[in-house]
Design a protein around this ligand. Structure first.
Ligand SMILES: [Zn+2]
Length: 176
């Protein structure tokens, strides 16, 4: 993902601030506002914490439904182009009511939903989950033809391993 590069940080100490710390992006820089009484150790700890928080916030914003549709469009073009409109979903959305599955698809109306649990995962994992659901628009069941379609996405095996690891760590059975 872009944005893993460490930004230039400007720390501003404020005598009016007692406990609150805030951070915002100002062009290439990140400005972190801290209370004047913070020690150097506290300053460094809070800068790291605020950078992580900012990155998470920006990552979530970037991963909107619109961005998801753009991803789907790119995957279709790369791997499912010969299926024409059959592989094109009517809608692709992030949802929060799916904890047992990474994604789901309704071939009848062409809708695809991805669980918010996938949202903060690496790009190549999101692409796999999306590719899986797009392939279901063409082949609803998990048969050989389905897996052959999914396997066109080069990181399929790696992403499945990643998701199995996450499922094992959280004590839930690996969903498809
Ligand atoms: Zn499936």
């Amino acid at each position: 993902m872009a944005g893993t590069r460490k930004p230039v940080v400007e720390v501003r100490r404020s005598q009016r601030r007692r406990r609150t710390v805030s951070a915002y992006r100002d062009g290439e820089r990140v400005v972190v506002l801290i209370p004047d009484q913070f020690s150097r150790a506290e300053e460094s700890e809070w800068v790291d914490r605020m950078l992580a928080r900012l990155a998470a916030r920006e990552g979530r914003l970037a991963r909107s439904d619109a961005e998801l549709l753009a991803r789907a469009t790119r995957l279709i073009k790369l791997y499912l182009a010969e299926h024409g409109t059959q592989a094109v979903p009517t809608s692709v959305r992030w949802v929060t009511n799916q904890n047992g599955r990474w994604g789901s698809c309704t071939p009848d109306d062409g809708t695809i939903r991805l669980s918010h649990r996938v949202r903060d995962m690496p790009d190549w994992v999101i692409d796999y989950v999306l590719m899986h659901e797009l392939a279901h628009l063409i082949v609803p069941s998990h048969n050989a033809r389905f897996w052959a379609l999914v396997a066109r996405y080069p990181k399929t095996e790696r992403a499945r391993g990643y998701l199995e690891g996450v499922a094992a760590a959280s004590g839930t059975p690996p969903p498809d």
